[in-house]
Design a protein around this ligand. Structure first.
Ligand SMILES: Cc1ncc(COP(=O)(O)O)c(C=O)c1O
Ligand SMILES: N[C@@H](CCOP(=O)(O)O)C(=O)O
Length: 465
């Protein structure tokens, strides 16, 4: 199994190297050279299996022997054993033909746990085999960071630095990142927005001297392993609704495009996915692009669904790569235009390909709050604001020919202020986190400045600048 860069000019790697490398050295993202296929019979045979067994069968063909079969099964068991629901990703019916896929039963109450828990296991196994260590640097709008810290806290072979936008995430999200006391965890509050944090991370990867000195690794969805682990729940959800004998549509609250791209990979593997619907808040670059064919940056607007307050959507590059017939040069040119001019026109051919797979909708702040209230009233389901964005958009796309699954990406208790403002109900944290507000916080405030962040990282990992 070989992994190639979306910009076509980086070394071709195996699964383990691609996972540990993060961003490709040409600035692109790694993708599999070929997408493994599951036959109809293999998909049908997932019915009634445990989530862990489905995870093994879906992910295994991408690994190219990086781990042994028994070892990989054990890593999967460790990853999902601590989830708070036996089904791991249960489906709840919201109405005729509309289902909610609850992805918030992991340790940090967001869908990120599905990938981060297994990535943590794979990193640990790979690093203990090679005896090496890495420095993980990640950017977060709230959920990736807490899931990464949870997955990597206390590991000897890893330091984990998480950059979050100061003042732009919920208090629960912040505390999940600032209260772990392990010495290998470093929360950095950046004076900027999520796009600034993500740009800093990418700049660190593109600073080869720094990258090599600290053995930089990434756990944002630039890391292929993240996307891969998220493919699994598209299979479990669709199969429980009748796939492969039935087409299933999905609506995905979208920011960095990793989660919905995982749905596209499931489709490419043979799962009968109908429409993949991008649901955005006011930060609607993806919706605008699908509507008018131009990918143009605006400033990031703070919203009540802060984890989706993103304009430069990393994984859209992976989608473009396929839409341009896997022409790395074309993608590299567009990404250069994004940096130099703040945007680019997607070619007629490529936008046509994207529209074959993806549709989209945008939801205002008022509509998000109204949807949280309406869902509670009509279905008894208390939604987080991100999931509410998804449900509101999905309602516009319901059709008789296919059931719709909306991904519920976080637990409402992570965003209690927004949920309470919409419904009057303040969702409580699960008992195991009940003392979150009493724990001591540890955080370093840092300017939106590459040198300043690199200096902190070098210093903490024991390298003299
Ligand atoms: C709760 C929540 N919903 C949705 C998203 C968007 O997911 P993606 O970035 O994979 O598009 C995020 C962040 O990524 C999130 O944390
Ligand atoms: N919403 C995310 C943003 C980062 O996305 P990722 O999937 O690329 O890690 C977050 O919660 O941090």
């Amino acid at each position: 199994m070989r992994y190639i860069s979306t910009r076509g000019d980086a070394p071709v790697l195996g699964f383990e190297e691609a996972m540990l490398t993060g961003l490709a050295r040409d600035g692109g993202l790694y993708v599999p050279e070929d997408i493994p296929q599951l036959s109809e019979a293999e998909i049908a045979d997932l019915a009634g299996r445990s989530y862990e067994e489905a995870a093994f069968r879906v992910m295994w063909p991408f690994l190219g022997g990086a781990f042994g079969e028994d070892q990989f099964r054990e890593l999967i068991a460790n990853a999902y054993g601590g989830f708070g629901h036996a089904a791991r990703a249960p489906l709840v019916q919201l109405g005729p033909g509309h289902f909610l896929l609850e992805l918030f039963h992991g340790p940090t109450l967001a869908f990120k746990d599905f990938a981060m828990q297994i990535i943590g296991q794979m990193f640990e196994a790979a690093l203990s085999r090679s005896g090496s260590r890495v420095t993980i640097v990640g950017a977060t709008s709230g959920d990736t960071g807490s899931a990464a810290i949870e997955a990597f806290r206390g590991l000897d072979a890893v330091d984990v630095f998480i950059l979050y936008p100061h003042g732009r995430i919920s208090e629960v999200q912040r505390r999940q990142m600032t209260t772990p006391s392990e010495a290998n965890v470093h929360a950095l509050a950046v004076d900027g927005d999520f796009d600034d944090c993500q740009a800093l991370v990418k700049a660190m990867f593109n600073d080869f001297a720094f990258r090599d000195a600290v053995a930089l690794a990434g756990v944002n969805s630039i890391n292929w392993g993240r996307v891969l682990a998220q493919v699994v729940y598209y299979f479990t959800a669709a199969v429980s609704l009748g796939a492969p004998g039935r087409v299933v549509d999905f609506t995905v609250p979208t920011g960095n495009f990793g989660d919905i791209f995982a749905g596209y990979i499931a489709k490419r593997m043979g799962l009968p996915v109908g429409r993949l619907i991008v649901a955005t808040n006011r930060n609607d670059i993806l919706h605008r692009t699908l509507q008018n064919g131009a990918y143009v940056k605006e400033g990031v607007h703070p919203t009540i669904s802060p984890s989706m307050d993103i304009q430069v959507s990393s994984n859209f590059e992976r989608a473009l790569f396929d839409a341009y017939g896997r022409d790395g040069r074309a993608v590299a040119q567009q990404m250069e235009a994004l940096v130099a001019e703040g945007g680019f026109e997607v070619s007629q051919g490529a936008i046509g390909v994207l529209r074959e797979h993806y549709a989209s909708g945008r939801v205002s702040e008022e509509e998000t709050s109204a949807q949280i209230a309406l869902s509670l009233e009509t279905t008894g389901e208390l939604l987080c604001p991100h999931s509410a964005v998804g449900v509101a958009v999905a309602e516009r796309y319901l059709r008789r020919e296919a059931p719709m699954v909306t991904l519920a990406t976080a637990h409402p208790a992570k965003f209690p202020d927004a949920v309470e403002a919409a419904t009057g109900v303040r969702p409580p944290l699960p008992a195991r986190m009940a003392d979150l507000y009493e724990r001591e916080e540890r955080v370093t405030r840092v300017a939106n400045d590459l040198q300043a962040v690199e200096e902190i990282v070098r210093d903490r990992v024991g390298l003299v600048a």
